[in-house]
Design a protein around this ligand. Sequence first.
Ligand code: BES
Ligand code: MN
Ligand code: ZN
Length: 457
Amino acid sequence: MDSVFSARGGAGAIPIWFVTAQTYPDVRKLIGADACAFADAAAFEPKPGRHLLLPGKNGLGGVLFGLEGADDTKDLFLPGRLPQHLPDGVYRFANEPHDARLAALAFALGTYRFARYRKVEARKLSLDLPQSLDRDDLGRTVEAVILARDLINTPANDMGPAELEAAAQKLAAQHGAACKSIVGDDLLAQNFPLIHAVGRAGAQAPRLIDLTWGDAGNHPRITLVGKGVCFDTGGLDIKPESSMLNMKKDMGGAATALALAHMIMARGLKVRLRVLIPAVENAISASSFRPRDIYTSRKGITVEISNTDAEGRLVLADALALADEDKPDLIADFATLTGAARVALGPDVPPFFTDDDALADELTASAARENDPLWRLPLWRPYEAMLESKVADINNVGGSQGGAITAALFMRRFVTATSWLHVDVFAWTASARPGRPEGGECQAARALYALLCARYG
Ligand code: BES
Ligand code: MN
Ligand code: ZN
């Protein structure tokens, strides 16, 4: 897709007037008597989400779009609804929405369609950005979100471990990064027993994808880890059909890590970046790993399997152990890890976990600024008792309660870095909202990107 953003300095672009109950009277003075008469005849009301196409001399003269007023809760992505309402053309913001940067971003993200398997009408919709906005940065952000959405939306028959690896290779080539993989039985030879155990039943060989970028120099070293379960049947502890239905999205953490990597590399942030993706299918066959199997992990910790559906934490345990070995300054993992995270916070607010309080505060602020919501949950030490095994060092599942926390505590056992962040993402929008079409979604990457830019930009 070509960029939605154009830079023609506004000449000839159709003006979009943002209005609220409070500002409508003033905007009326700017749009002219004819437009006001038309708006009144059409009974336009300046309410959030309402829009009106205004006639002009040679066609479309402008657009009115209602935003939340002073007393309303604001969805800063509301302008993301505009693309649905507007005919093809070049538009510009005639006045300031609540947040012009997020409005432009939502506008672009609102034009997204997953078009791989079905022709969708080609839109010629573009937004002439105000001079004050950083077109390049918005552009790479949109590319990143589209990359993640496309990867997540692609079904498992076309997005197995091999195709996920190809996507990482493609991104690496685009940015001059190195990318290698450890595949199949080599995982055993190179000591990634858990990645192998989870993925060995898949038709495609399991693998660990390892992308590196930037010169080691004195730059801070950041390692991103993404759960790349290309399909999660649950394994022998098979999921019921309703739970399995959307499990093509179980590589959403990997898609998120690649999206964030794209933004970091495209911006040329002064960091040394590594991206690790354990890519597997949690499949059912004679070679599936089983309940009560015990494996010695890469780190040497023995793990008793009590539920083969708690596979994400297993593949991440080996990947995190590797990430930890070269002592980076920050390890951040993204994973569609637990249903419990959704029970706790719903689909739109992924919980994050870290022992680094400064990082937590920065991320909370950044998430709010970017309209990329995140909420901290505790790594509540006493719940470690729930992970006790009678026969191994640790069990792969906790009790029936606090599941997002016990999953995070499980993974914490494999990391020693003080700056470790874990985000339990949903990676999916079940019903479309402004700027967020139904389907795969990129969560947490923009918030962390803004944090990294603030720290290292
Ligand atoms: N991929 C799932 C978690 C998931 C389910 C994320 C639905 C988003 C939506 C994960 O592998 C899983 O199956 N987790 C289990 C863990 C349980 C067996 C301890 C879960 O959450 O039920
Ligand atoms: Mn599972
Ligand atoms: Zn899973």
